[in-house]
Ligand binder design. Structure first.
Ligand code: MD3
Ligand code: FE
Length: 199
């Protein structure tokens, strides 16, 4: 059962090694259809995290702005969300909806993600489910105001976090990756998967 993490439900070590390896294979299959891209913020700065997605929608950002869209930047539809991931949504999310997006974030050793809120989804009462795979990452979560105090936790491979309730609008980010802390992936790096209801 979960640990309270600033209102989020944190399930450390929810996935065993076999489940983690199976998810990595599912991610590799997604990436064969929808390769990782280095997103550009609207201001023209490249993000250090590379991204792809599965499902009806992917989240993209470029000089035109950030948004959910039904196609990869290369033009193809996103691949379907694998059953392994929709099953985890069923088990952990407490949502009555099906996930419409599985965002794939890939972190190299130097990648990070600044403090931000997720509010591009139409219904912010729907949860977001996060799965961490590979190297450990220092995750920071605060409150609904950028200036609220934050706390940090190292997310490890196999951890699941369900963001719902007040935590759904909390500021959060990834400060750093502990490169080489996991041998799950072929190289050092981290994958974060987030399942979302978009519209
Ligand atoms: C708190 N991803 O994709 S996962 C993101 O590790 C994102 O890649 C981070 O922030 C990552 O938007 C953090 C944990 C997480 C995901 C979604 C949230 C925390 C959240 C949405 C609302 C509040
Ligand atoms: Fe986020």
């Amino acid at each position: 059962n979960p640990v309270d993490l600033s209102g989020a439900a944190y399930f450390p070590a929810a996935l065993d090694q076999a489940a983690q390896s199976a998810l990595v294979e599912d991610v590799r299959a997604i990436l064969r259809v929808a390769p990782l891209v280095q997103p550009m913020t609207p201001s023209g700065k490249p993000m250090s995290v590379r991204m792809s997605a599965a499902g009806d929608y992917g989240w993209v950002t470029d000089r035109k702005g950030y948004r959910y869209q039904r196609r990869h930047p290369d033009g193809q539809s996103w691949p379907a969300i694998p059953l392994s991931l929709s099953s985890l949504w069923q088990k952990y999310s407490n949502s009555d909806r099906a996930p419409q997006c599985c965002l794939v974030n890939w972190y190299g050793p130097e990648a990070k993600m600044g403090l931000h809120q997720d509010k591009d989804e139409a219904d912010l009462t729907q949860p977001v489910l996060s799965i961490s795979l590979g190297d450990e990452a220092r995750f920071r979560i605060g409150g609904v105001n950028r200036s609220d105090p934050t706390r940090s936790v190292w997310l490890r491979s196999g951890d699941i976090v369900v963001l719902q309730g007040p935590s759904r609008l909390a500021y959060h980010g990834i400060d750093k990756i502990r490169a080489g802390s996991s041998s799950l992936l072929q190289s050092s790096g981290r994958i974060n998967l987030t399942l979302r209801v978009v519209d």
